[in-house]
Ligand binder design. Sequence first.
Ligand SMILES: [Zn+2]
Length: 167
Amino acid sequence: MNPSLRYIQGYPQHIIEPVTQLVESGNLVQWFEQRYPQHHNIKSEKALFDYAIAIKNRYMKKTAPLSKVVYDNKIHLINHALGLHTYVAKVHGGKIKTKNEIRIASIFKQAPEPLLRMLVVHELAHLKEKAHNKAFYQLCCHMQPDYHQLELDARLFMIYLETVKQK
Ligand SMILES: [Zn+2]
């Protein structure tokens, strides 16, 4: 088995099978580039922050504010850890304040825009729902109706990157 297929571990067979075929036949790269011909232009942390705030203000205005949204090159994407949400507790004059930070894996700097959006939506939803439960995914789909397809495509993007690197 091609090791890059670990990214779709846990998906049902009717998804694993065609993806495996794409990978083993060597057609995944071309397929992916046709599906997503364009990359986003949100390269700076300021741009990323503004991008996330715009989505938050539209769908989750009342949820606790975001203090930071950054690209982080230390995040390795494995299985269900698509991003990292941190709640940094800081002590201010005896009071503990929680700061909401979102960290996006740096490799998504070169991703198609819908996939970056999916990651940001995922992390924003965690501001409200900590666990990956039904309420969490409902919130994700509210912000991005094709959320589930894009979460799969984000994994295909990981396989795409690994395949491109090997060439
Ligand atoms: Zn999560």
